[in-house]
Ligand binder design. Structure first.
Ligand code: KG4
Ligand code: ZN
Length: 341
C-alpha cells in the first residue's frame, strides 16, 4: 500500500490531494485563482506565484484533515515539476521537496500531462491499458497512445493553437471572461450551431495533426460583421467546428492504432457537447469513451498524487534526489529520463 500527497501549482490552480493505492482518493482540495486573473483577461504569472504561496500551506493542512491523515502516514510527496509557469511551479516544488526532506520520504517530480493522461484511471469505471488519450487543455491538443503508466507515444498534435486556447481566444472576441471554454459553452447552448460554417481545419489531412488558429481568425471576421445579438449563434457554430474536428480525428486515432478505448483528458474534456458527440460517434464505431469526472478534467492535485503513486508501485525513483529543478517547457520524452527502475 502506498499513500501519496499530490501538489499541483503549474498554473492558476492550487490543487492538493491524497491518493491511497488501496483506498483510492482520500482527499482532494482545490483553490482556483480564476477571480484573481479575471480582470486581466488571462493568467498573470507573478500574481499566480504569490497566490500559490499564500494558499499552499493552509490547503495542505485542510487536505490532511479531510483525508484523516497525518504527515507520518504519507509514503511520498508528488508535485508537478513542469510544464507550466516557472514561478508557480517553483512554489509547489520547493514546498514538496522541503516536506519530503523533513519527513524522510521521496519527493516525486511529475509531468503535468502525465497527470492529465492518467486522470481517467480515477473514474469509478476506469479504462484498461493500452488506450488512446485525447488531451485537450489550454496548452495542448494531442493524441497519445498510453501503453501503461510511464509509457506514452504521441500520435498527433496541434501545429498551432491548442483547442482550449481557441476557446479562450474566441471568448475574448465575444467579450466573454477568461477562461473562455465554460462561457462559450453556456452561450452556445442558446445558439444555432448551423448558422455559420466555420472551417474544420486539417480534417482531411490523413494524419492526426490539428490546427486551430485559422478557426479563431474565421470567427474574428464574422464577429466584425455581426452584432452581439448574433453572438450565441457564433459561439454555437464555433463550438460545433471544434467538436466535429476532434470527433473526426478521434475516430481516425482509434482506426490507426486498432485500439477500442478512447480517454479524454484536460480542461476542454469538460465540454458537454464534445462529450455527447464523441460518445455517440465512437460508440457507433464499436469503441468506448472514458471521461474523468468533470472536476478532474481541469487541473487538480488528485491526478498528480495518482501519478506519483504509480511511480512508487512500479519501484521507480527520481534520478536525482538531493537537488530539484522545474521545467517550464518539458516534453514527455525528456521526462522519461527523470526516473530509473
Ligand atoms: O487542463 P486545464 O484546466 O489547464 C491547462 O491548460 O493545463 O484546461 C484549461 C482549458 C481552458 O482553455 C478552458 O477554456 C478550457 O480548458 N475549458 C473548456 C471548458 N472548461 C474548461 N473548454 C470548453 N468547454 C468547457 N466546458
Ligand atoms: Zn492542465
Amino acid at each position: 500500500m502506498v499513500r501519496v500527497l499530490g501538489i499541483e501549482t503549474s498554473c492558476d490552480e492550487t490543487g492538493i490531494a491524497i491518493y491511497d493505492s488501496e483506498l483510492g482518493l482520500l482527499a482532494d482540495q482545490l483553490h482556483s485563482q480564476i477571480k484573481l486573473h479575471n480582470e486581466y483577461g488571462g493568467v498573470v504569472p507573478e500574481l499566480a506565484s504569490r497566490d500559490h504561496i499564500r494558499r499552499i500551506s493552509p490547503l495542505i493542512k485542510e487536505t490532511l484533515k479531510e483525508g484523516h491523515c497525518k504527515f507520518s502516514d504519507l509514503s511520498a510527496i508528488a508535485y508537478t515539476a513542469g510544464p507550466g509557469l516557472a514561478g508557480a511551479l517553483l512554489v509547489g516544488a520547493s514546498v514538496a521537496e522541503a516536506l519530503a526532506f523533513a519527513l524522510s520520504i521521496p519527493a516525486l517530480p511529475i509531468h503535468h500531462l502525465e497527470g492529465h493522461l492518467l486522470s481517467p484511471c480515477l473514474s469509478p469505471v476506469p479504462p484498461s491499458f493500452p488506450f488512446v488519450a485525447l488531451l485537450v487543455s489550454g496548452g495542448h491538443s494531442q493524441f497519445m497512445r498510453v501503453n501503461r503508466p510511464g509509457s506514452y507515444e504521441i500520435l498527433g498534435e496541434s501545429v498551432d493553437d491548442a483547442a482550449g486556447e481557441a476557446f479562450d481566444k474566441t471568448a475574448k472576441l465575444l467579450g466573454l471572461p477568461y477562461p473562455g471554454g465554460p462561457h462559450i459553452a453556456k452561450l452556445a447552448a442558446s445558439g444555432n450551431p448551423k448558422r455559420f460554417h466555420f472551417p474544420r481545419p486539417m480534417i482531411h489531412s490523413g494524419d492526426l495533426m490539428m490546427s486551430f488558429s485559422g478557426l479563431k481568425t474565421a470567427v474574428s471576421l464574422v464577429v466584425a460583421q455581426h452584432h452581439p445579438v448574433d453572438y450565441a449563434d457564433i459561439a454555437a457554430s464555433f463550438e460545433a467546428a471544434i467538436v466535429d474536428t476532434l470527433c473526426s480525428k478521434a475516430l481516425q486515432a482509434l482506426d490507426q492504432t486498432g485500439l477500442k478505448q478512447l480517454v479524454i483528458a484536460g480542461g476542454v474534456g469538460a465540454n458537454l457537447k464534445l462529450r455527447e458527440k464523441l460518445s455517440e460517434t465512437i460508440k457507433a464505431h464499436g469503441g468506448e469513451v472514458f471521461y474523468p469526472p468533470l472536476r478532474l478534467c481541469t487541473d487538480n492535485g488528485a491526478m498528480i498524487a495518482f501519478a506519483g503513486a504509480q511511480k512508487l508501485l512500479m519501484h521507480q525513483k527520481p534520478v536525482t534526489s538531493s537537488t530539484f529543478s522545474v521545467f517550464p517547457r518539458w516534453d514527455l520524452q525528456a521526462y522519461s529520463t527523470t526516473y530509473q527502475d
